[in-house]
Design a protein around this ligand. Structure first.
Ligand code: KG4
Ligand code: ZN
Length: 353
C-alpha cells in the first residue's frame, strides 16, 4: 500500500510517499529559512510560504519516487496539532487531491508521526514492544509507553517549555541564531560541561513530566552577568580578544546547558525502566534526537541495562517530515480501515490523541 502524505504543521512544507509503512519511496521537504531573522516561526509568513511551495514539493516528491498520483492507494495529512494557518494548506490540498483523484484521506496526529518515525527504512520485526518513546522537539517533549503501533500511553510531558524550545532560547539569548539546537550542540563540543551548574528539574519522585523553564531562567541569569552579552538584541561589534572571550563563554554555557538537559532525560528514562521493567527498546525521536551528544549518552545508559536504543534511521526523519505521517497513517489504517475519510479534513491546532 502506497501512501502519499503532506506535513505542514509548522514551517516546513513536506511531502512523502511510503510503501507499507516502512519503505520510503521519496521524502521531500521545503524548509523556510526566511524565519531566522525573526528568531522564531512567524505564522503569517509560514502560511504564505506553504501556499507557494506545496505544488513544487508535491511534484518533486512524485518525480523522485517515479510514480504518479494514480499509483497512490491513499493520502494522509497532519491534522494537528500545529499552527492553524500552516495546517490549513496541508489539509486543504490533501482533501482537494482526494476528491479530485478519488483517493481516501487519512488524518494523522503530528506526534503519532514522530512516534512512528523509527520504523522508517527499517523492518517491522526490528521494532520491539513495549518500548519507551521520547518525543523531543521544538513544540513537544513527552514520554510514552508504546505497546503497539497504535497503542500509545502518555507517561509524562513538559509542564512548560519543550526541550527543543529551550535549545532555541539558549541560542537566542546568546545571539547565535535559529534554530538553536544544532548551533548549541556544535558549540557545546568546544565547551566545559561543568563550567556552570545549571538546575536539573526532576519534579516529584515518581513524575515522568519535564520542566525546562528553570533551566532557561538560570542560563539567562548567567548570560546577564556577562558584560559582553548582546541581551538587548543590538548587533555587537567586539574586539578580537573580547570575541575570543565571548566565544569561550558561549561554548561553556552551551556545554553546561546540554549537560543539564542530558541528566534530566537520563533520570526520566531511569524512572521509566524501574516503573516498567518489561520495556524492550527506547525510541528517541523528534528534532532534538538529531543531537549526537544526547544520542551517545542515551545509548551508553540503555546498553548498560541491555536495552536497545533506536533513533530515526536518517537525520531527516528526526525533524518534521511527511514520511513519518505516511507511516503512522498506514498503521492507523491497518488497525481501523474505517479511518479512511472522503471529504474535507478540518485542521485542528489542538488535536488530542
Ligand atoms: O521536530 P521538529 O522539526 O519540529 C517540531 O515539531 O518542533 O524539531 C525542531 C526542534 C528545534 O527546536 C531545534 O532547535 C531542535 O529540534 N533541534 C535540535 C537539534 N537539531 C534540531 N536540538 C538539539 N540538538 C540538535 N542537533
Ligand atoms: Zn514535530
Amino acid at each position: 500500500m502506497k501512501i502519499l502524505a503532506f506535513e505542514t504543521s509548522c514551517d516546513d512544507t513536506a511531502v512523502a510517499i511510503v510503501e507499507n509503512g516502512t519503505k520510503v519511496l521519496a521524502s521531500v521537504r521545503n524548509s523556510q529559512p526566511d524565519h531566522s531573522e525573526w528568531g522564531g516561526v512567524v505564522p503569517e509568513l509560514a502560511a504564505r510560504l506553504h501556499a507557494e511551495n506545496w505544488r513544487k514539493t508535491l511534484e518533486d516528491c512524485l518525480d523522485q519516487a517515479n510514480v504518479s498520483l494514480s499509483d497512490i492507494d491513499a493520502l494522509a495529512v497532519t491534522q494537528g496539532p500545529g499552527l492553524q494557518t500552516s495546517l490549513l494548506t496541508g489539509t486543504t490540498v490533501t482533501s482537494f487531491l482526494g476528491m479530485l483523484h478519488q483517493k481516501p484521506v487519512i488524518p494523522v496526529h503530528h506526534i503519532l508521526g514522530h512516534i512512528t518515525s523509527c520504523v522508517l527504512d527499517r523492518k517491522i520485526p526490528g521494532i520491539l514492544f513495549p518500548s519507551l518513546v521520547l518525543t523531543v522537539s521544538g513544540g513537544h517533549t513527552s514520554m510514552y509507553l508504546y505497546r503497539d503501533f497504535t497503542d500509545v500511553q502518555l507517561l509524562g510531558t513538559t509542564l512548560d517549555d519543550a526541550a527543543g524550545e529551550a535549545f532555541d532560547k539558549c541560542a537566542k539569548m546568546l545571539g547565535l541564531g535559529y534554530p538553536g539546537g544544532p548551533i548549541v550542540s556544535d558549540l557545546a563540543q568546544k565547551g566545559d560541561r561543568n563550567a556552570y551548574q545549571f538546575p536539573r528539574i526532576f519534579l516529584e519522585k515518581e513524575s515522568f513530566d519535564f520542566s525546562f523553564s528553570g533551566l532557561k531562567a538560570a542560563v539567562y541569569r548567567e548570560i546577564e552577568k556577562n558584560p559582553l552579552a548582546p541581551l538587548s538584541g543590538e548587533k555587537e561589534n567586539k574586539k578580537s580578544q573580547e570575541k575570543n572571550e565571548w566565544e569561550n563563554f558561549c561554548a561553556d554555557i552551551c556545554a553546561s546547558f546540554e549537560e543539564a538537559v542530558k541528566d534530566t532525560f537520563l533520570e526520566k528514562i531511569r524512572r521509566a525502566f524501574s516503573a516498567f521493567p518489561d520495556i524492550r527498546q527506547v525510541h528517541f525521536v523528534g528534532g532534538v534526537s538529531a543531537n549526537t551528544y544526547l544520542r551517545e549518552k542515551f545509548l551508553g545508559f540503555c546498553s548498560e541495562k541491555g536495552i536497545e536504543l533506536l533513533v530515526p534511521a536518517q537525520f531527516e526523519y528526526c525533524t518534521d517530515n511527511a514520511a513519518m505521517i505516511a507511516s503512522a497513517a498506514y498503521f492507523e489504517y491497518q488497525k481501523n480501515p474505517g479511518i479512511l475519510e472522503k471529504g474535507f479534513i478540518e485542521p485542528d491546532p489542538r488535536l488530542q490523541f
